[in-house]
Write a protein that binds this ligand. Structure first.
Ligand code: PMP
Length: 411
């Protein structure tokens, strides 16, 4: 039986919320990073207190144990996202590094002048900039699937857009609009055109069940720190056949089989992509985070966030002069809401919410400048939810926004 998700009880699992300084904090910046439960903090402390050694190279017991922990974490990740094999899981520093790995190890070597890379207008900079760089180096061209007024991808010309594409990279869920994209349909269309698919799942894996084998994508990236895990650890899922034929991303220790003065050969997948001493602490922490989230089950986490999003959209829609960004239907959204309030600058609003209501939200372009340009905005304020947020907090947010109108003398 999964543990019942009662957000007020869940809050008790997170030491930061019992710190006298942050006891009354309403933390709504989970799309940027989540807080860490005791379980994860203790797993990391335990690793350093009782199991720390460098991995893979040691023959002594402590190093063997550390290696086991690291590799067990990989197996746990594989199971969590339903990969066919643990060999399809590469540990990276995060989503950004995972996408760069594909850009440099796959795209740089497989694209040539005249080839086409397709993205969408709702991408985070980390799913735009690496492709711009690689297209600049190879002479391949870049095009974008447009976003419509309702905040969805305009798929009316999908086939036309994908014609001749070598690679299609898109987000599972937008970190600004909240839109959850129909990834199965997008992958299917890409496959029909022979394009390799890369999914940025930074805003989805932490919040709902994911089945990479079922989706059929070639690559999928996410970060540990947005799902209760530590910073500095992330995952690249890659389909075995592709990982096998790819060249390494970085060179150094661990990723080699043999080094001679006149050349080198590579280790097996996935270690071929993990040059140097890996982030063992990060992998251990991520495994603990997966255990923690699995207590509730990802379906229950999704339902909880959906309820919160529904309530928040309903309450926020009643605030005068608010501009809600993204799909109206909460079911099409992940648990985040970006908005504008009259002509109050999002930075001023975020400071007001923090100073007067202890509400932490993010303000700015959220690393999605092209999308903001498309929306005709320079910045938005974003509230994003997780397992420890409850309806009472959403109600305070709606009240605070009304008070902001008075405070900023919006008439
Ligand atoms: N993609 C999306 C959709 C994101 O929201 C983020 C984090 N803001 C990233 C990529 C980058 O993740 P990281 O900074 O952990 O590499």
């Amino acid at each position: 039986m999964p543990r019942r998700l009662d957000p007020r009880e869940v809050r008790e699992d997170f030491p930061i919320f019992s710190d006298p300084k942050w006891r009354d904090l309403i933390y709504l910046d989970n799309a940027a990073t989540t807080q860490k439960p005791r379980h994860v903090i203790e797993a990391i402390a335990d690793y350093y207190s009782r199991r720390n050694a460098n991995v893979h190279r040691g023959v002594y017991e402590l190093s063997v144990e550390a290696t086991e922990l690291y590799e067990r974490a990989r197996r746990k990740v594989a199971e969590f996202i339903k990969a066919r094999s643990w060999r399809e899981i590469v540990f990276t520093r995060g989503t950004t590094e995972s996408i760069n790995l594909v850009a440099y190890s796959w795209a740089l070597r497989n694209l040539k002048r005249g080839d086409k890379v397709v993205l969408t207008e709702m991408e985070h900079h980390s799913n735009i900039v690496p492709w711009q760089t690689v297209c600049g180096l190879t002479g391949a061209s870049l095009s974008y699937i447009p976003v419509n007024e309702e905040g969805y991808l305009d798929l009316s010309e999908l086939d036309k857009c994908l014609k001749g594409a070598k690679l299609f990279a898109f987000t599972y869920a937008s970190n600004v609009l909240g839109t959850i994209n129909p990834v199965g349909e997008l992958v299917k269309a890409a496959r029909e055109h022979g394009a390799v698919t890369v999914i940025d799942a930074a805003q989805y894996v932490p919040h709902a069940p994911v089945d990479v084998a079922g989706i059929g994508c070639d690559f999928l990236a996410f970060s540990g720190h947005k799902m209760c895990g530590p910073m500095g650890i992330g995952v690249l899922y890659g389909r075995s056949e592709l990982l096998e034929e790819m060249e390494p991303f970085q060179g150094g220790g661990e990723m080699i089989r043999e080094v001679r003065l006149d050349g080198s050969s590579w280790n097996e997948v996935p270690w071929k992509f993990e040059a140097g001493t890996p982030n063992v602490e990060g992998a251990v922490g991520l495994a603990a985070a997966i255990d923690y989230l699995s207590e509730f089950g990802m379906d229950q986490i999704r339902s909880h966030e959906l309820r919160l999003t529904e309530r928040a959209l309903e309450l926020m829609a009643g605030v005068p002069k608010i501009g809600l960004v993204g799909p109206e239907n909460p079911k099409d959204r992940c648990g985040l809401i970006s908005f504008t309030l009259a002509d109050v600058h999002p930075h001023d609003l975020a400071e007001f919410l923090d100073a007067k209501f202890r509400i932490a939200v993010r303000a700015g372009h959220h690393c999605a400048m092209p999308l903001h340009t498309k929306l005709g905005l320079t910045a938005t304020t974003r509230a994003s939810f997780y397992v420890y947020n409850h309806e009472g907090e959403v109600e305070v947010l709606a009240r605070a926004l009304r008070e902001a109108l008075t405070y900023f003398m919006v008439s």
